[in-house]
Design a protein around this ligand. Structure first.
Ligand code: MOS
Length: 769
């Protein structure tokens, strides 16, 4: 079974916000952004713009009827700037006009004077000055201070990882339709319909029941529409209510790149202590998260960094501290992995360097310290049904690690200007929102009298195929043809108080709610079937492939004949259901608990070849063994794994988000920002789903797939570092991502370059990130 929207997508018939038929009298909205990263607004004069042809209104903060506040975790983000601007790209005013051209022409007539203030761009500097969005968090296990004495080798280092542009194919956008008595209906490209509903209600001063938010599908999101779709939806709704007209606000690609937050860059310090035999005894790490100018989801992302700071390893003594640093960059946001990748990246840096000092391969250290059943995570939970060792061993044998290692060594000793690198990347990723309250899903199922089925849930389809997993749940539960089931758009009036479709939980939470709702209807259907068959025991009724059986015997009833009978007997053919993940809890005062329903595990083996004259490289292979349990829709899961891996490779190798020293984004176009294309896709990309595993806590015993595979891309970084090390073994290699060809070249020759007068090998780093 494939992704059911394939035909629509390939014919261009799938509708996104910008494709919807435009209602009569619709206005277009465009935003005036702050041109600078930090300043005090001295003058904002919109009079000339208001007189411009076709312009209906020019709105500013004072025109907001409710609260000018869109912050979710922390109330620190105005919808429209008031007295200050805190990042370049921040919305200052909103123009509503009869055409986009008219709106854009009016933008140039707005007079905005800002007195520039110094901008902080570096998270370490922000931390020094006490510019923290929330208090620092520390996760501890054992006693690192006592453990350092027992270590034979203690290694320290610094790590930097960069931002990442989401580059969803569909840009941010919303269409707002005003209704009666000031109500509003908004079609939004959001992962979080309820989040958008809540904020629009707050901004417009309305009860939530006056705001309906609907999503048909998104053209990708990757976390970029978890919190950051909200501003554009709220602006469209504000315009619609103020002008009493439908309003469309859809960002152009470059606007989207310049106005919206990205993956958080992190600066980190680590210290790792290892015994002579290669046992990691202690690990200390400080994370400086570059949150940008507002909290957005940063505190939650920071938390996930801590949850994943020891990667796929057991370390008995850990102290990890994380700072949520306020800077004058765009508010950074969720991005596939949600801070987990940043944490794991540092762990792998520590192991890589410790291995070099010990004179062993990183693989040896990785394997020796790999998580096993019953091991404790720094947050107190034990690893259960831990398939880390089996994935590692399976990857090692299936992908002939020993042979590969020898082949790579032979290649490296016979080539002086080309080097190969090999690296394992084990992944352990916790499944559940770390914010326990969000782990709930809802479903509304109707069986119509012709036997067709309609399913609504809180899940948002963003190309990840959640819709087809939910369809599969309903079809399996009723044992009917998949063609009978339709999964509807996501609407806040059909399923309320939904969590964002995020944290890889969309299918689990909403699929399980669907399962419960279908089960309730099925019980009633079986009751009617027993009566129709003049039998006493509804439990004896079974529906198999649309046929009704009683105690194993085929009857003359089938789905088509049975469903109208259920209606005739006035039995309810609809059900609403709710699912809440059982058993999870977390105590933030102690930083201990059971925050995850389960963990996803796997291991990838990565191989690269570096051209040591030019610094260019190719990714030869990424081959992963991944524990997914029994897949509901294998094609969809494979697509998620492949896409995630390539996106992870992009983050750490090609994709470079750069800001000027004044805090202006320098990489806000597709000519200055490079995402992976077919040439950067691994020559061999293989994913083997481990056979014979079961996850009782997942949907039909499967496991979540959205985020975990992205982190296999980290292995490509360390394979590149291994290749560089093969070229210049004496180097204490800097760990700075992305490792672009330019940076590879600088690293290959850094010792020689450092000797050249006036040549700064770190020149790139003076540009803040
Ligand atoms: Mo996802 S990064 O949890 O939207």
């Amino acid at each position: 079974m494939k992704h059911g929207d394939l035909d629509l997508h390939s014919r261009g018939q799938a509708r996104f916000v910008d494709d919807l038929p435009e209602p009569e009298g619709m206005l277009r909205a465009v935003v005036l952004p702050s041109p600078i990263a930090h300043g005090r607004i001295e003058r904002l004069d919109t009079e000339k713009a208001k007189q411009s042809g076709g312009v209906r209104a020019v709105l500013r903060a004072a025109d907001i009827p409710g609260s000018n506040q869109i912050g979710t975790l922390v109330a620190d983000e105005p919808l429209l700037a008031e007295d200050t601007v805190d990042f370049a790209g921040q919305p200052v005013a909103l123009v509503l006009a009869e055409s986009e051209e008219a709106a854009r022409a009016a933008l140039t007539l707005i007079e905005l004077e800002i007195e520039e203030l110094p901008a902080i761009l570096d998270p370490r500097k922000a931390q020094e000055r006490g510019e923290l969005i929330v208090a620092p968090r520390t996760f501890c296990l054992g006693d690192v201070e006592a453990a350092w004495q027992q270590c034979d080798v203690v290694v320290e280092g610094q790590v930097e990882s960069g931002g990442q542009e989401h580059l969803y194919l569909e840009t941010q956008g919303s269409l707002a339709l005003p209704g009666e008595r000031g109500s509003v209906r908004v079609i939004s490209s959001t992962q979080s319909p309820t989040g958008v509903q809540r904020v629009i209600a707050r901004v417009l001063g309305l009860a939530m029941h006056r705001v309906e938010v609907e999503v048909t599908r998104l053209g990708g999101a990757f976390g970029g529409k978890e919190d950051q779709a909200t501003a554009w939806a709220a602006l469209a709704a504000l315009g619609a209510v103020r002008c009493r007209a439908p309003v469309k606000l859809v960002l152009h690609r470059q606007e989207d790149m310049v106005y919206t937050g990205k993956r958080h860059p992190y600066a980190s310090d680590y210290r790792i202590g290892v015994s002579a035999s290669g046992q990691v005894l202690a690990y200390q790490v400080e994370f400086y998260q570059n949150a940008g100018a507002a909290a957005d989801l940063s505190p939650a992302i920071l938390e996930r960094t801590l949850f994943h700071c020891t990667g796929s390893y057991f370390i008995p003594n850990v102290k990890a501290t994380a700072y949520c640093c306020r800077t004058n960059l765009l508010p950074n946001t969720a991005f596939r992995g949600f801070g987990g990748p940043q944490g794991m990246f540092v762990m792998e840096a520590a192991l890589f360097k410790a291995a070099a000092v010990l004179g062993v391969s990183p693989a040896e250290l990785q394997e020796k310290n790999l998580l096993k059943e019953g091991d404790t995570f720094p947050y107190g939970m034990a690893a259960r049904r831990c398939s880390a060792p089996i994935c590692w061993q399976e990857a090692k044998s299936r992908y002939d690690y020993e042979e590969s290692r020898q082949r790579v060594e032979a290649f490296n000793s016979s080539h002086s200007l080309q080097k190969k690198g090999l690296a394992f990347m084990p992944v352990c990723f916790g499944i559940s929102f770390t914010n326990t309250v969000l782990n709930q899903g809802g479903a509304l199922v109707h069986v119509y009298t012709d036997g067709s089925v309609s399913v609504s849930t809180g899940a948002v389809e963003m190309g990840q195929g959640v819709k087809y997993k939910i369809l599969e749940v309903a079809a399996r539960m009723f044992s009917i043809d998949r063609g009978r089931v339709r999964v509807e758009s996501t609407s806040t009036v059909r399923v309320a108080n939904t969590s964002p479709t995020a944290a890889s939980t969309g299918a689990d939470l909403n699929g399980k709610a669907t399962d419960i709702a279908c089960r309730a209807i099925l019980e009633r259907i079986k009751g009617v079937a027993a009566e129709e068959l003049e039998q006493k025991d509804p439990a004896g009724v079974e529906i198999r492939e649309e046929q009704v059986y009683y105690r194993g015997e085929k009857t003359n009833l089938n789905w088509d004949r049975l469903i109208p009978r259920v209606y005739t007997r006035r039995v309810n053919l609809s059900a609403q259901a709710h699912y809440a993940t059982p058993g999870i809890h977390f105590d933030k005062a102690k930083e201990k608990g059971e925050p995850f329903s389960y963990h996803a595990y796997g291991t990838a083996l990565c191989e690269v070849t570096v051209d040591c004259l030019r610094g260019t490289y190719q990714v030869d292979a990424v081959k992963a063994v991944h524990d997914l349990g029994p897949s509901l829709v294998p094609q969809v899961d494979l697509g998620q794994a492949e896409g995630g891996i390539v996106q992870g490779i992009g983050w750490l190798t090609l994709e470079e988000v750069l800001y000027s020293e004044e805090g202006r984004l320098l990489t806000g176009t597709l000519s200055t920002y490079k995402v992976p294309d077919i040439h950067q896709t691994p020559g061999e990309l293989e994913i083997h789903f481990l056979e014979g595993t079961e996850n009782p806590l997942g949907l039909f015993h499967s496991k979540a797939i959205g985020e975990p595979p992205l982190m296999y891309g980290i292995g490509v970084y360390y394979a590149l570092l291994a290749a560089i090390q093969a070229f210049s073994p004496e180097s204490d290699l800097p760990v700075v991502a992305p490792l672009t060809p330019e940076r590879v070249l600088m690293t290959l020759y850094r010792d020689r370059l450092a000797g050249l007068r006036g040549f700064k090998t770190k020149s790139k780093r003076s540009v803040s990130r």
